[in-house]
Design a protein. Structure first.
Length: 286
Protein backbone atom coordinates (compact mmCIF):
# COMPACT_ATOMS: atom_id res chain seq x y z
CA UNK A 1 0.00 0.00 0.00
CA UNK A 2 2.75 2.58 0.84
CA UNK A 3 4.41 1.85 -2.49
CA UNK A 4 1.14 2.43 -4.33
CA UNK A 5 0.67 5.74 -2.52
CA UNK A 6 4.21 6.84 -3.36
CA UNK A 7 3.93 5.87 -7.04
CA UNK A 8 2.14 9.09 -8.16
CA UNK A 9 4.74 11.23 -6.39
CA UNK A 10 7.61 9.27 -7.95
CA UNK A 11 6.10 9.53 -11.42
CA UNK A 12 5.50 13.26 -11.10
CA UNK A 13 8.81 14.02 -9.38
CA UNK A 14 10.65 15.08 -12.60
CA UNK A 15 7.92 17.60 -13.42
CA UNK A 16 7.82 18.82 -9.80
CA UNK A 17 11.59 19.23 -9.81
CA UNK A 18 11.53 21.31 -13.00
CA UNK A 19 8.62 23.34 -11.59
CA UNK A 20 10.55 24.07 -8.40
CA UNK A 21 13.77 24.83 -10.24
CA UNK A 22 12.46 27.17 -12.93
CA UNK A 23 9.43 28.78 -11.25
CA UNK A 24 9.41 28.50 -7.48
CA UNK A 25 13.12 29.25 -7.00
CA UNK A 26 13.12 32.48 -9.08
CA UNK A 27 9.98 33.70 -7.31
CA UNK A 28 11.56 33.07 -3.90
CA UNK A 29 14.71 34.92 -4.96
CA UNK A 30 12.66 37.89 -6.21
CA UNK A 31 10.82 37.96 -2.89
CA UNK A 32 14.10 37.92 -0.96
CA UNK A 33 15.63 40.68 -3.08
CA UNK A 34 12.59 42.88 -2.43
CA UNK A 35 13.60 43.13 1.25
CA UNK A 36 17.14 44.35 0.56
CA UNK A 37 18.12 47.97 0.96
CA UNK A 38 19.25 50.03 -2.03
CA UNK A 39 21.44 53.13 -2.01
CA UNK A 40 21.78 55.31 -5.09
CA UNK A 41 25.57 55.53 -4.86
CA UNK A 42 26.19 52.26 -3.06
CA UNK A 43 23.89 49.87 -4.89
CA UNK A 44 22.21 46.94 -3.14
CA UNK A 45 23.15 46.82 0.53
CA UNK A 46 23.44 43.64 2.57
CA UNK A 47 20.70 44.66 5.00
CA UNK A 48 17.03 43.78 5.18
CA UNK A 49 14.33 46.42 5.24
CA UNK A 50 10.63 46.85 4.44
CA UNK A 51 11.05 50.37 3.02
CA UNK A 52 10.33 49.21 -0.53
CA UNK A 53 6.89 47.97 0.45
CA UNK A 54 6.32 51.03 2.61
CA UNK A 55 7.10 53.24 -0.39
CA UNK A 56 4.65 51.30 -2.57
CA UNK A 57 1.79 51.47 -0.05
CA UNK A 58 2.33 55.11 0.93
CA UNK A 59 3.18 56.81 -2.38
CA UNK A 60 0.26 57.86 -4.58
CA UNK A 61 2.44 57.44 -7.66
CA UNK A 62 2.41 53.67 -7.24
CA UNK A 63 -1.30 53.65 -6.47
CA UNK A 64 -1.83 55.31 -9.84
CA UNK A 65 0.30 52.68 -11.59
CA UNK A 66 -1.55 49.78 -9.97
CA UNK A 67 -4.94 51.40 -10.62
CA UNK A 68 -4.04 51.88 -14.29
CA UNK A 69 -2.81 48.31 -14.60
CA UNK A 70 -5.88 46.68 -13.06
CA UNK A 71 -8.30 49.17 -14.64
CA UNK A 72 -7.03 48.56 -18.17
CA UNK A 73 -6.95 44.79 -17.52
CA UNK A 74 -10.59 44.80 -16.40
CA UNK A 75 -11.64 46.77 -19.49
CA UNK A 76 -9.66 44.42 -21.73
CA UNK A 77 -11.30 41.41 -20.06
CA UNK A 78 -14.80 42.85 -20.59
CA UNK A 79 -14.02 43.66 -24.23
CA UNK A 80 -12.62 40.16 -24.81
CA UNK A 81 -15.70 38.58 -23.21
CA UNK A 82 -18.06 40.51 -25.51
CA UNK A 83 -16.06 39.96 -28.70
CA UNK A 84 -14.80 36.47 -27.91
CA UNK A 85 -18.17 35.06 -26.88
CA UNK A 86 -19.82 36.37 -30.04
CA UNK A 87 -17.00 35.01 -32.21
CA UNK A 88 -17.10 31.61 -30.51
CA UNK A 89 -20.87 31.37 -30.93
CA UNK A 90 -20.67 32.20 -34.63
CA UNK A 91 -17.88 29.64 -35.07
CA UNK A 92 -19.94 26.96 -33.32
CA UNK A 93 -22.79 27.55 -35.82
CA UNK A 94 -20.61 27.28 -38.91
CA UNK A 95 -20.32 24.14 -40.99
CA UNK A 96 -17.19 22.56 -42.38
CA UNK A 97 -15.01 23.64 -44.12
CA UNK A 98 -15.90 27.21 -43.10
CA UNK A 99 -15.61 26.43 -39.40
CA UNK A 100 -11.98 25.32 -39.71
CA UNK A 101 -11.12 28.22 -42.02
CA UNK A 102 -12.53 30.93 -39.76
CA UNK A 103 -11.11 29.24 -36.66
CA UNK A 104 -7.67 29.64 -38.23
CA UNK A 105 -8.48 33.29 -38.98
CA UNK A 106 -9.35 33.89 -35.33
CA UNK A 107 -6.35 31.99 -33.97
CA UNK A 108 -3.96 33.13 -36.68
CA UNK A 109 -2.68 36.16 -34.74
CA UNK A 110 -1.26 33.75 -32.13
CA UNK A 111 1.24 32.65 -34.78
CA UNK A 112 2.64 36.19 -35.01
CA UNK A 113 4.89 37.72 -32.37
CA UNK A 114 3.20 40.01 -29.86
CA UNK A 115 5.83 42.66 -30.59
CA UNK A 116 5.10 42.56 -34.33
CA UNK A 117 1.35 42.85 -33.77
CA UNK A 118 1.80 45.71 -31.33
CA UNK A 119 4.11 47.58 -33.72
CA UNK A 120 1.40 47.22 -36.35
CA UNK A 121 -1.10 48.88 -33.97
CA UNK A 122 1.47 51.61 -33.28
CA UNK A 123 1.53 52.45 -36.98
CA UNK A 124 -2.27 52.70 -37.00
CA UNK A 125 -2.51 54.70 -33.77
CA UNK A 126 -0.05 57.46 -34.67
CA UNK A 127 -1.15 60.97 -35.61
CA UNK A 128 -0.21 60.18 -39.22
CA UNK A 129 -1.63 56.66 -39.11
CA UNK A 130 -4.60 55.20 -40.96
CA UNK A 131 -7.06 55.81 -38.11
CA UNK A 132 -6.21 59.50 -37.84
CA UNK A 133 -6.28 59.99 -41.61
CA UNK A 134 -9.63 58.22 -41.90
CA UNK A 135 -11.19 60.39 -39.19
CA UNK A 136 -9.87 63.52 -40.92
CA UNK A 137 -11.15 62.36 -44.31
CA UNK A 138 -14.62 61.66 -42.90
CA UNK A 139 -14.72 65.04 -41.21
CA UNK A 140 -15.15 63.51 -37.75
CA UNK A 141 -12.23 65.49 -36.35
CA UNK A 142 -10.57 68.77 -37.22
CA UNK A 143 -7.04 67.80 -36.25
CA UNK A 144 -4.95 64.63 -36.23
CA UNK A 145 -5.83 62.12 -33.54
CA UNK A 146 -3.28 59.90 -31.85
CA UNK A 147 -4.11 56.88 -29.69
CA UNK A 148 -0.49 56.37 -28.78
CA UNK A 149 0.34 56.79 -25.08
CA UNK A 150 -3.32 56.46 -24.07
CA UNK A 151 -5.20 53.88 -22.01
CA UNK A 152 -7.59 53.36 -24.92
CA UNK A 153 -4.76 52.53 -27.29
CA UNK A 154 -3.23 50.06 -24.83
CA UNK A 155 -6.65 48.48 -24.25
CA UNK A 156 -7.38 48.04 -27.96
CA UNK A 157 -3.99 46.47 -28.66
CA UNK A 158 -4.23 44.13 -25.65
CA UNK A 159 -7.75 43.09 -26.66
CA UNK A 160 -6.50 42.12 -30.12
CA UNK A 161 -3.65 40.16 -28.57
CA UNK A 162 -5.74 38.29 -25.98
CA UNK A 163 -9.19 37.75 -27.50
CA UNK A 164 -8.17 34.43 -29.17
CA UNK A 165 -7.63 32.89 -25.71
CA UNK A 166 -11.22 33.63 -24.73
CA UNK A 167 -12.53 32.38 -28.07
CA UNK A 168 -10.79 29.03 -27.49
CA UNK A 169 -12.24 28.72 -23.98
CA UNK A 170 -15.82 29.61 -24.94
CA UNK A 171 -15.72 27.56 -28.12
CA UNK A 172 -14.67 24.48 -26.12
CA UNK A 173 -17.67 24.96 -23.81
CA UNK A 174 -20.07 25.42 -26.73
CA UNK A 175 -18.88 22.16 -28.27
CA UNK A 176 -20.18 20.32 -25.20
CA UNK A 177 -23.72 21.66 -25.55
CA UNK A 178 -26.22 19.15 -26.89
CA UNK A 179 -27.95 20.73 -29.93
CA UNK A 180 -31.13 18.90 -28.96
CA UNK A 181 -31.62 21.18 -25.95
CA UNK A 182 -31.82 24.25 -28.16
CA UNK A 183 -34.15 22.49 -30.61
CA UNK A 184 -36.37 21.36 -27.73
CA UNK A 185 -36.63 24.91 -26.39
CA UNK A 186 -37.56 26.26 -29.82
CA UNK A 187 -40.13 23.51 -30.36
CA UNK A 188 -41.78 24.45 -27.07
CA UNK A 189 -42.28 28.02 -28.28
CA UNK A 190 -39.31 29.80 -26.72
CA UNK A 191 -38.08 32.94 -28.45
CA UNK A 192 -34.56 32.66 -29.94
CA UNK A 193 -33.37 35.39 -27.56
CA UNK A 194 -34.83 33.43 -24.63
CA UNK A 195 -33.07 30.29 -25.84
CA UNK A 196 -29.81 32.21 -25.97
CA UNK A 197 -30.31 33.67 -22.48
CA UNK A 198 -31.76 30.63 -20.71
CA UNK A 199 -30.18 27.68 -22.53
CA UNK A 200 -26.95 28.62 -24.37
CA UNK A 201 -25.35 31.20 -22.06
CA UNK A 202 -25.71 29.23 -18.78
CA UNK A 203 -23.97 26.25 -20.36
CA UNK A 204 -21.29 28.41 -21.97
CA UNK A 205 -20.68 30.45 -18.83
CA UNK A 206 -17.92 28.17 -17.42
CA UNK A 207 -15.93 28.78 -20.60
CA UNK A 208 -16.58 32.52 -20.41
CA UNK A 209 -15.45 32.70 -16.79
CA UNK A 210 -12.38 30.52 -17.18
CA UNK A 211 -11.40 32.45 -20.31
CA UNK A 212 -11.89 35.72 -18.43
CA UNK A 213 -9.49 34.55 -15.73
CA UNK A 214 -6.92 33.66 -18.37
CA UNK A 215 -7.29 36.99 -20.18
CA UNK A 216 -7.11 39.01 -16.96
CA UNK A 217 -3.99 37.20 -15.77
CA UNK A 218 -2.25 37.73 -19.11
CA UNK A 219 -3.27 41.38 -19.46
CA UNK A 220 -2.34 42.41 -15.92
CA UNK A 221 1.18 41.04 -16.43
CA UNK A 222 1.61 42.14 -20.06
CA UNK A 223 4.79 44.02 -20.85
CA UNK A 224 5.45 44.36 -24.59
CA UNK A 225 2.13 45.96 -25.54
CA UNK A 226 2.01 48.55 -22.69
CA UNK A 227 5.68 49.34 -23.24
CA UNK A 228 5.23 50.06 -26.97
CA UNK A 229 1.79 51.66 -27.01
CA UNK A 230 1.87 53.26 -23.55
CA UNK A 231 5.50 54.29 -23.64
CA UNK A 232 7.33 55.74 -20.67
CA UNK A 233 4.56 58.24 -19.92
CA UNK A 234 1.86 55.64 -19.33
CA UNK A 235 3.45 53.10 -17.04
CA UNK A 236 1.97 49.83 -15.84
CA UNK A 237 3.41 47.69 -13.06
CA UNK A 238 5.35 45.55 -15.55
CA UNK A 239 6.97 48.53 -17.27
CA UNK A 240 7.64 50.28 -13.95
CA UNK A 241 9.38 47.18 -12.59
CA UNK A 242 11.37 46.94 -15.83
CA UNK A 243 12.57 50.54 -15.41
CA UNK A 244 13.60 49.90 -11.83
CA UNK A 245 15.58 46.80 -12.82
CA UNK A 246 17.36 48.12 -15.90
CA UNK A 247 17.36 51.93 -15.71
CA UNK A 248 17.74 52.92 -12.05
CA UNK A 249 19.18 49.47 -11.14
CA UNK A 250 16.97 49.47 -8.01
CA UNK A 251 16.36 45.74 -8.04
CA UNK A 252 14.78 45.62 -4.56
CA UNK A 253 12.07 48.14 -5.49
CA UNK A 254 11.45 46.43 -8.83
CA UNK A 255 11.15 43.09 -7.04
CA UNK A 256 8.72 44.59 -4.53
CA UNK A 257 6.55 45.96 -7.35
CA UNK A 258 6.48 42.54 -8.99
CA UNK A 259 5.79 40.75 -5.70
CA UNK A 260 2.82 42.96 -4.84
CA UNK A 261 1.40 42.51 -8.34
CA UNK A 262 1.81 38.74 -8.08
CA UNK A 263 0.13 38.51 -4.67
CA UNK A 264 -2.82 40.72 -5.61
CA UNK A 265 -3.32 38.87 -8.91
CA UNK A 266 -3.13 35.42 -7.31
CA UNK A 267 -5.62 36.41 -4.59
CA UNK A 268 -8.03 37.81 -7.20
CA UNK A 269 -7.72 34.71 -9.40
CA UNK A 270 -8.19 32.29 -6.49
CA UNK A 271 -11.30 34.19 -5.37
CA UNK A 272 -12.69 34.14 -8.92
CA UNK A 273 -11.90 30.45 -9.30
CA UNK A 274 -13.66 29.61 -6.01
CA UNK A 275 -16.70 31.56 -7.17
CA UNK A 276 -16.73 29.70 -10.50
CA UNK A 277 -16.42 26.30 -8.83
CA UNK A 278 -19.19 27.13 -6.36
CA UNK A 279 -21.66 28.33 -8.97
CA UNK A 280 -20.74 26.19 -11.99
CA UNK A 281 -19.00 23.17 -10.51
CA UNK A 282 -21.78 20.86 -11.61
CA UNK A 283 -21.47 22.10 -15.20
CA UNK A 284 -17.70 21.58 -15.19
CA UNK A 285 -18.07 18.01 -13.95
CA UNK A 286 -20.61 16.96 -16.56
Amino acid sequence: MPARRAAPWLLSSPALLLYALFLVTPLVLVLLISFYNFEFYGGIQDSFTAKNYIAIFTDGYYYEIYARTFGVSLLVTVACVILGTAEAYVLSRMRNPWKGLFLMVVLGPLLVSVVVRTLGWALLFGSTGLISKSLLALGLTAKPVSLMYTNLGVGIALTHVLVPFLVISVWASLQRINPATEAAALSLGAHPFTVMRRVILPQAMPGVLSGSIMVFALSVSAFATPAIIGGRRLKTVATAAYDEFLNTLDWPLGSALAAVLLVVTVVALIAANRLIERRYGAVFNT
